[in-house]
Design a binder for this molecule. Structure first.
Ligand code: ZN
Length: 182
């Protein structure tokens, strides 16, 4: 980890498809990355962000659904139940919304930014965001949940998006076209 100024990586960036590794020794650098991630999440109108989305493939996520900021290191789902379907957007794939079926309740174990272990018993939106961000740590994206027909439908959109990202022509409006940005 050498980067000091982080930026959100977009669809097509290899960091989004790489598997993140556990953080063994939590340092001041990790704490700085987590606070920069939180800032980028808020700036983008998001409610969750994974380190992979800023090009750092280490197991770290931030989440805030409006009831306070969580910073999680090495998060793991230890229990889940029920199902829910929400339409999710991703800060790394602007303009694409996908209905994703996930567990309605999840128990997540993690470490805080000082290494202390803690647990979050979540349901509904918070459970959805935690699962979305933990997916990012595995290199998994919302578009992977798209149905066969949805995949055909978004294929062209994704190609155009990739081109616009390469050309750095991403309008601000496009970034916020989905209600939930994670
Ligand atoms: Zn995302």
């Amino acid at each position: 980890m050498k980067e000091t100024r982080l930026r959100i990586r977009f669809f097509g960036d290899p960091a989004l498809r790489s598997k993140s590794i556990p953080v063994k020794h939590i340092t001041e650098e990790h704490r700085q990355v987590l606070s920069q991630m939180a800032q980028l999440m808020y700036d983008g109108g998001g409610i969750g962000l994974a380190a992979a989305q800023v090009g750092i493939n280490e197991d770290m996520i931030v989440v805030d659904i409006g009831s306070g900021l969580y910073k999680l290191i090495n998060p793991k789902v230890t229990d889940k139940s029920g199902t829910q379907v929400l339409e999710e957007g991703c800060l790394s794939i602007p303009g694409i919304c996908i209905k994703v079926k996930r567990a309605d309740k999840v128990l997540v174990k993690a470490q805080d930014e000082y290494g202390k272990e803690f647990e979050i018993a979540s349901d509904g939106l918070l459970a959805c965001v935690l699962q979305h961000e933990i997916d990012h740590l595995k290199g998994k994206l919302v578009i992977d949940y798209a149905s066969f027909w949805e995949k055909i439908k978004i294929k062209k959109k994704l190609e155009e998006l990739k081109q616009r990202i390469e050309d750095e022509k991403l309008p601000e409006s496009e970034r916020k076209s989905c209600q939930l940005q994670l």
